[in-house]
Design a protein around this ligand. Sequence first.
Ligand SMILES: Cc1ncc(COP(=O)(O)O)c(C=O)c1O
Length: 394
Amino acid sequence: MNIYHNLKPGETISQKIVNAIRTVAGEAKVALHEPIFKGNEWSYLKDCLDSGYVSSIGQYVEQFENQVCEFTGSKYAVAVVSGTAALHLGLLVGGIKPNEEVLIPSLTFIATANAVSYCGAVPHFVDVSEVNLGIDAKKLRTYLRKISIMEDGYCINKFTGRPIKAVVPMHVFGHPCDLSALLEISKEFNIILIEDAAEAIGSLYENKHVGTYGKLGIFSFNGNKTITTGGGGMILTDDILIAQKAKHLSTTAKKAHPFKYLHDEIGFNYRMPNLNAALGCAQLEQLPNILSKKRELFKIYSEVFSDISEIEIFKEPLCSRSNYWLQTLLLKEKFTEYQEDIITSCIEAGINVRPAWTPLHQLSVFETSPASPMLTTSSLVKRIINIPSSVGLI
Ligand SMILES: Cc1ncc(COP(=O)(O)O)c(C=O)c1O
């Protein structure tokens, strides 16, 4: 007898999931996430090529920044070459210094931790919440009360002696974290809040766009994101000094002059090229349509998976509107042993699915970094499976 009450005789849970995805995605090979170019992409790119301005000077870069401000409600936006560059620059202009600690979730893409390391700072990994997959605010407060002391208004890690300078929540697969609670914690412990909203353009928390809650926030426009510039990123902030400094550092810290090369700091070549921004302007016009299709896809998957009792499909947290960047299956705890078989079966069937990232505190590159207990992270990595999420599926 089959142990799964709702399986047909001989049907495994993996086959059932493959079949369910097939009902949505059809029989052909299916990607995890593909971009869609059905608006003005070709015409803006041609216009950009015709103009000859394909690098960091040109009208599309500012236009893209202005359009992102309008869409998100952020006062300022600075376009850069990648989400990783946005994080690096954001942390630098946010005031992160060498040998300071920055609290980040262990369940995130490695770029969050890399950017902290680029600043000479130390990632300090914390656990996440089952409810929104992002930093668990309640656990974080309890943890900080235990491991830190306040000295001259600064939060100091009692065990390492280093200042804990910032917290960088990440909105996993587009689902907003509990930003109100995290803001309260940032005030209580005098730590800066910087949002890694790389995956979350179009997501709202309490009706306000994510990425606009902290001192600054960032987006990624990599090819696998909800909208893309090929490669690209953006810093969002309401602080004009932060925006000016970020733009200055992203353009090699070159001072304005009709012809002289004058640089007043060690800067970076991080400014987004006009060519990428042209693509971004066209993609942004499509965003409302893309977002509504992503919600529709979530509803279709919810229906299709409703009778598979071993899993649930992850739903946006309360008080939030998620962009549903990557649709996510969550295996129930007692079925985690099937995760690998489900993933392998899907891939063998031509359906590109993937597990969550290896928790960063487990990577050898970060083995000396401080980390909180990771109960929920450890459970979630065994249970998460991202399934095909392209808008082109519907
Ligand atoms: C959470 C997170 N942070 C940062 C990044 C880095 O963005 P990029 O790939 O544009 O450098 C990504 C995505 O790739 C991401 O998912």
